[in-house]
Design a protein around this ligand. Structure first.
Ligand code: AMP
Ligand code: GLY
Length: 423
């Protein structure tokens, strides 16, 4: 098989690494990839906004399957256009990608299908949104409706913060994404993520994970794309997985199919767990980054037939086998991230770190004359396995100690909750 993988982050390096191990693979192309994917895939530079040029490439190279990593091309309808050209694609249609592209779309689905989630109001003007927040009281959560690069959510501890966040949205801080606003109930509990491979009707559970969104140790400081993650999520036991599937995922898939927009691809459910049971915080229509890195580390099955089954529309006979080991990834980011940071610094010490327990996945890197340079905010995802969270954590940080990159930093406490549970 020839496969084209779309994306250039740590998630895509992990997917490329796993796809490259498939006995079914002939050639793997990646658009655009990074300094780490060069070892496992051929880099191609396609204009992703121009779907016809992507289609032409697929026809020329006899691509059998396109795997879309990030959400933006999905929300822009890349999967629809590929399908119309009879090219098999892993990733949902534009209509189904609204599960990530519009908070209000997902909340309305939850209403229709009685999926447990935070109570909410949906607003198209600041006056009504402010009035609703005042009536509900703080803490309360304000969300720009559309895609806002992970910055559109404010967990407001005071009404003043909530009102300011509402004004920001309607004043255009997130462009069109903030023209509509969801104001919702603050949920407390422990957050976890669960992934499902979906064929439009059926969901195959595809692992659990927890991430660390805040930039600083102790989960402090501003939100980021994710500074580390681990899998499995100890808080999600087998009984809870079944409850999540039965009360959240299956009704959501049924509701999507009934609305004429069956969901095919990976559904990433962000969940809040407390004594009253799991509640949906949000859906994403792609793998998490860096959650994907820990999932790929633990996946023992061949990934390619699983992705192909989603694309073909039948995962009902598929099975995913997982290593019983724990996997943990620590993100190394450029100094200054998630605010401004410099690009171009050289990273040394990467050679010889990868073995059967450790993999350094690249995110924002590029290769320049045989050296690896930082080219983004999140730069490396140093990933390790172990018999326990503590062992995986020790291995990941031991690898980090060998990396020579003075312009980078990482959190020192990734996995603290899971390690605490063990001790
Ligand atoms: P989202 O972009 O929807 O994932 O939100 C980003 C983060 O905001 C989540 O991972 C949660 O930590 C937090 N969050 C979102 N919605 C809520 C909520 N209703 N209650 C508490 N925290 C929330
Ligand atoms: N790490 C969170 C995300 O990919 O959305």
């Amino acid at each position: 098989m020839n496969i084209l993988l779309i994306g250039s982050g740590g998630r895509e390096h992990a997917l490329a690494w796993k796809i490259a191990q498939s006995p079914q693979l002939d050639r793997l192309y990646i658009c655009l990839g990074n300094g780490g994917t060069r070892g496992v895939a051929e880099t191609v530079d396609l204009n992703l906004d121009d779907h016809s040029s992507v289609i032409s490439f697929c026809q020329l190279m006899a691509i059998d399957l396109v795997v879309v990593g990030p959400e933006a091309p999905l929300v822009a309808g890349l999967a629809d256009d590929l399908q119309k050209a009879n090219i098999s694609v892993f990733g949902p249609s534009k209509a189904a990608a609204q599960l990530e592209g519009s908070k209000n779309f997902t909340k309305a689905l939850c209403d229709r299908m009685a999926v447990p989630t935070a109570a909410y109001g949906h607003f198209t003007n600041a006056t009504d949104a402010r009035a609703y927040a005042t009536e509900q009281g703080a803490p309360i959560v304000v969300k720009a409706d559309g895609l806002a690069a992970g910055k559109g959510v404010t967990v407001a501890l005071t009404l003043e913060e909530a009102h300011a966040a509402i004004d920001d949205c309607f004043d255009g801080a997130f462009g069109d994404a903030g023209a509509e606003v969801v104001v919702e109930e603050f949920l407390s509990g422990e957050e976890a993520s669960m992934f499902f491979l979906c064929d439009g009707k059926t969901a195959l559970p595809f692992g659990t994970a927890q991430d660390h969104k805040r930039v600083g140790d102790g989960d402090t400081g501003p939100n980021t794309g994710g500074m580390g993650a681990y899998s499995p999520a100890p808080v999600v036991d087998d009984a809870l997985q079944k409850e999540i599937l039965d009360t959240i995922i299956t009704p959501s898939l049924d509701g999507m199919a009934a609305a004429g927009m069956p969901f095919r691809g990976v559904l990433f459910a962000g969940l809040m767990i407390d004594q009253s049971g799991p509640k949906l915080i949000e859906y994403n229509v792609r793998f998490g980054d860096p959650e994907c890195q820990v999932l790929m580390m633990r996946l023992q099955s061949d990934l390619v037939p699983l992705l192909q089954a989603c694309a073909d529309g039948d995962v009902s006979k598929m099975q995913a086998d997982w290593s019983p080991q724990f996997a943990l990834t620590v993100v190394m980011a450029a100094d200054g991230y998630p605010a401004g940071y410099e690009k171009g610094s050289q990273i040394n010490g990467l050679n010889g770190l990868n073995d059967n327990q450790t993999q350094v996945f690249h995110a924002g890197t590029k290769e320049l004359n045989g050296t690896i340079r930082a080219s983004g905010g999140r730069v490396l995802a140093v990933t390790a396995q172990g018999d326990s969270a503590s062992q995986a954590q020790k291995r990941a940080y031991a690898a980090i100690d060998k990396i020579d990159w003075p312009q980078g930093f990482c959190r020192k406490d990734i996995g603290w909750r899971a390690v605490q549970r063990e001790t």
